[in-house]
Design a protein around this ligand. Structure first.
Ligand code: 9MR
Length: 337
């Protein structure tokens, strides 16, 4: 109660320009506002200062260091040093963590991709990987959720081919979810994907997958909506789409938000980006089941976008010099209006 009064007072006296994203998220009924981060960035002290500003970020997601290539580089040999460094950062700051991720077609060691395992062997490999990874962090960090399955669909809503799908069919999904549940019964288990922000074939496929998992008694607590978006192209159905997921009795989260543009950035593009951030945040705010929002790093200095989409960038709410952009005010407006 005292905390709540303090928070209410803080928000009341905080001018918009200094508004704090986590406090505003909580005032809007959410559990967290957070950001991705990555191990190489932790040696940048100016970066770490803002990463540790828990009035903006009370949640972090490791961008890479809990993935399969980092955590089980050889079969049965687990290395948690990178993930543990992010976990230690979160614990030091009192921040929540989203675990990311157990099973993904990308960033796999060659021994998994090229192992030619049969169904039974790969099943036990997936089981062992998920249970060892999830068990390692159980009780060590303030975990909000695990992305147990990452990016299972193609954009047309068909299942993505991968070593897992090709060998095990869709059973890899339930194998991973069951293993994660057994390893940490308290962790919320998510399936996470991109291009499911608006209604459409891929979002429908995700809805159908969740329905079928639930009807078979497979544990599933949430859907992560990545939201790697493009300035001026936020789907107009985003709020309706979030509402559809909510009707399944699960939670949703915006897990990897960034909104890219073709460079150079202009005042007009930054103004549109501000609106776009506001639209996404407002959709989460309006959806009770939407528990939080994570940006896929907070500064353009460490964004993945320019390295993947040539000529594009400026996708984050802070610029390369760690200065807030209009997008920051868009997030504030999304939570407060
Ligand atoms: O941010 C991550 C980047 O540093 C890696 O190079 C990349 C490799 O695939 O993965 C990025 O994170 C991805 C996330 O794990 C899943 N959704 C898409 C993200 C951007 O590619």
């Amino acid at each position: 109660m005292v905390n709540f009064l303090f928070l209410a007072l803080f928000i009341a006296i905080t001018p918009l320009a200094n508004a704090q994203l986590h406090f505003l998220a909580v005032a809007a009924g959410k559990e967290y506002f957070g950001t991705a981060t990555d191990n190489p960035e932790l040696s940048d002290s100016a970066y770490v200062t803002q990463l540790s500003n828990t009035t903006d970020f009370n949640q972090i997601t490791p961008g890479n260091s809990m993935k399969w290539d980092a955590t089980e580089p050889s079969r049965g040999i687990f290395t948690f040093s990178g993930g543990d460094a992010i976990a230690a950062q979160a614990t030091k700051n009192g921040q929540l963590v989203r675990g990311h991720n157990c099973v993904w077609h990308n960033q796999l060691p060659a021994w998994v991709t090229n192992g030619n395992f049969d169904n039974a062997t790969l099943t036990s490999i997936v089981q062992n990987h998920c249970s060892t990874l999830v068990a390692h962090y159980k009780g060590k960090i303030a975990l909000v959720s695990w992305d147990v399955i990452n990016e299972p669909f193609n954009d047309d809503g068909t299942f993505r081919t991968s070593v897992f799908f090709n060998t095990m069919g869709t059973s890899y999904i339930q194998v991973a979810l069951n293993a994660a549940r057994a390893a940490d019964p308290g962790a919320k288990l998510y399936i996470n994907d991109f291009n499911i922000e608006g209604t459409g074939a891929k979002s429908t496929a995700m809805l159908n997958l969740v329905k079928s998992l639930k009807s078979s008694g497979v544990p599933i607590d949430g859907v992560g909506i990545q939201a790697h978006l493009i300035v001026g192209q936020v789907p107009s159905t985003i709020q309706a789409n979030l509402a559809q997921f909510a009707t399944l009795g699960i939670e949703v989260a915006i897990t990897e938000l960034d909104i890219r543009m073709t460079l150079p950035s202009t005042a007009a593009l930054l103004a549109q980006q501000r609106k776009d951030y506001q639209t996404v945040i407002a959709a989460c705010k309006a959806t009770k089941a939407c528990v939080g929002v994570t940006v896929w790093d907070w500064t353009d200095k460490y964004s993945w976008i320019p390295g993947t989409f040539s000529g594009q960038g400026a996708a984050c709410p802070w610029d390369e010099n760690l200065v807030k952009k209009p997008a920051y005010d868009g997030i504030v407006a999304g939570f407060t209006t």
